[in-house]
Each structure stands twice: as structure tokens, then as C-alpha cells.
Design a protein around this ligand. Structure first.
Ligand SMILES: Nc1nc2c(ncn2[C@@H]2O[C@H](COP(=O)(O)OP(=O)(O)OP(=O)(O)O)[C@@H](O)[C@H]2O)c(=O)[nH]1
Ligand SMILES: [Mg+2]
Ligand SMILES: [Zn+2]
Length: 277
């Protein structure tokens, strides 16, 4: 007998598969190893109920390498505004990675409660800017809006350790009780509390909690392609068709940065990525 389901958790060689009726623990058939295809969290699979083995991996919509998950619809980029400090650099970097994988990014700010009035005003400007370039931005206090926007999707949480990813999921579902921990005061960063990747169903949404990361690299993106992941650069008409918006003259991107139409931090991070690449 065969059944179909979705892999929600992998611990060493044990795959937890959620079917319409139940949770099954299965192993994977040796043939996957031979085909160098590994079942991933998020995979839709066929299970042979007689042997409790995964016999087939259904075609994937996409695969992310960090975290290593399949079939993601949206990435919820969890950004701490304080403790750890807000990093536009990390946000822009994650955004590029997400867009490159054809996944819809959604930003969720946390720790707004720790900001003073002036800091809030500054953040509001940044929030408006990202919305203006077409990205949804929520605060972690807006539980119902967030759940309603993410309904029927598989959502991966991304963001640095201590940003509040697991805390957010606990708030969305009181029964989850995921482990969370205070950040290290001396280092001003998280302690890598979440250790493995797992899928949780909350109402009609699947969430993938992930271990946080402090850095991320863009090594597999060409310098020439970087600019394509900036929505606000797309309607700029520069003199040179292949303008990198860097040292060229008559560059509309640079003009828009000067006139504050493009957020300076967005452009500065872009140049940093260009030089890093
Ligand atoms: N003041 C405040 N603290 C928060 C908020 N969200 C999370 N925290 C705290 O931030 C700390 C880190 O939260 P976690 O949920 O463990 O962070 P994480 O992103 O899951 O971290 P890793 O698992 O290490 O990647 C905990 O002490 C939380 O209580 C918030 O909105 N406001
Ligand atoms: Mg966590
Ligand atoms: Zn240009």
C-alpha cells in the first residue's frame, strides 16, 4: 500500500512524514543515495506502507541550500531592530538570496518594543521604503495579519540567531513551546538555540524554523546579476545598458540615490556586495 505525505522533520536517517491522517516515521530507500538525491524537509513523498520506506520524491518547486529545504513559497525574514541591532546589510543579503531562488520575501520586524521614539521614526522610514519597493513588512505583534497573509503557504524563517524566530512561532501557536533563549549581552548576539530544521503546521500554514545565521555569502551570484535583485533599479534608464551603477557616468541609480529616491543603505550594501563578490 502506498501513501503520500510531506516530510516535516529529519533526524539522522529517520524521516517524519505528515500524511492527511497521521504522522509516520519512515526511512529512505537506498536508491536515493545512488541517484545522489536526498529527501529534504518540505519534500512531498510517496511512502510504501508495507516497508515504511520513502519510495518516491515528487517533483520539487525549488530547493534552498541554507537552510536545506524544498518547496518553499515564502521566506519570512525575521529582523531584530535591537538586541541584536538592526542590520540592513544582512536584510539586503538575505533578500537577494531569497529573490534569486524565486521565493517571495516577507519582512517581519521584532523587538520594536525596545526602541525609543526617535529610533521608531527612523525604522518607520525604512519600513515604508521596503514596502514601496514591493515587499510586505509586518511587526511580530501583528499575529493575525501575518497568519492571514501566509495562509496555505510553506514559509521558511530566516534571520540571525537571537532575532526572535522561534519566539514568533510560539506566539503564533501557543502549543508549540519551541526552545528560545536570551541573547548573549556581552556579544549582543544569539546563542544558536535552534539546532535543526523542522516544519510546523500552524492553522493553514507550514513554517520552517531554522537555526539562525550570522553571516551568509553570495558567492554563487555573478556580479553582473546582483543588480537584477534590486526591484528599485529595474526602471532606471542609465546611459550604458549594462551599467553596474558603480563607476559609470550618467547612471540613473546613482542620481536617485543622490535625490533620496533610493535608500542610501540599499545602494551602499549593493556596492559592498559587488566588491565582496
Ligand atoms: N523585547 C523583545 N524580546 C524578544 C522579542 N522577540 C523575541 N525576543 C527575545 O529574543 C530572544 C531570542 O529569541 P529566539 O526566539 O530564541 O531567537 P531565534 O531567532 O529563534 O534564535 P536562534 O534559534 O538562535 O536562531 C529571547 O530572549 C526572546 O524572548 C520581541 O519582540 N521583543
Ligand atoms: Mg530559534
Ligand atoms: Zn546605472
Amino acid at each position: 500500500m502506498l501513501s503520500q505525505g510531506k516530510i516535516i522533520k529529519i533526524v539522522s536517517n529517520q524521516y517524519t512524514v505528515s500524511t492527511n491522517h497521521e504522522l509516520l516515521t519512515a526511512t529512505a530507500r537506498g536508491k536515493f543515495r545512488n541517484e545522489s538525491l536526498t529527501p529534504l524537509v518540505g519534500d512531498n513523498v510517496t511512502i510504501d506502507l508495507d516497508t515504511n520506506q520513502i519510495s518516491e520524491i515528487l517533483p520539487r518547486k525549488n530547493v534552498l541550500s541554507r537552510p536545506n529545504v524544498a518547496n518553499i513559497d515564502k521566506a519570512l525574514i525575521v529582523c531584530s531592530l535591537k538586541k541584536p541591532e538592526f542590520s540592513s546589510y544582512l536584510l539586503d543579503k538575505i533578500l537577494i538570496n531569497v529573490l534569486k531562488n524565486n521565493i517571495t520575501p516577507v519582512i517581519c520586524f521584532t523587538k520594536c518594543d525596545l526602541l525609543n521614539f526617535q529610533e521608531k521614526r527612523k525604522i518607520n522610514k525604512i519600513k515604508k521604503y521596503y514596502q514601496h519597493i514591493g515587499i510586505k513588512v509586518f511587526n511580530n505583534t501583528k499575529k493575525f495579519r501575518l497568519l492571514s497573509y501566509l495562509k496555505n503557504n510553506i514559509v521558511v524563517l530566516a534571520g540571525q540567531s537571537g532575532a526572535g524566530k522561534s519566539t514568533l512561532l510560539n506566539r503564533l501557536d501557543k502549543n508549540l513551546q519551541l526552545k528560545t533563549d536570551e541573547i548573549s549581552e556581552s556579544l549582543n548576539r544569539g546563542k544558536h538555540t535552534t539546532r535543526h530544521t523542522e516544519l510546523f503546521k500552524i492553522k493553514k500554514t507550514y513554517f520552517v524554523d531554522t537555526p539562525g545565521f550570522g553571516s551568509l555569502d553570495l558567492t554563487d551570484i555573478n556580479k553582473e546579476d546582483l543588480k537584477n535583485y534590486y526591484p528599485e533599479f529595474q526602471n532606471c534608464h542609465c546611459k550604458y545598458q549594462n551599467c553596474l551603477h558603480y563607476k559609470e557616468t550618467n547612471c540613473e541609480v546613482k542620481e536617485k540615490v543622490s535625490s533620496n529616491e533610493i535608500l542610501t543603505s540599499r545602494y551602499e550594501n549593493y556596492i559592498t556586495f559587488l566588491k565582496e563578490g
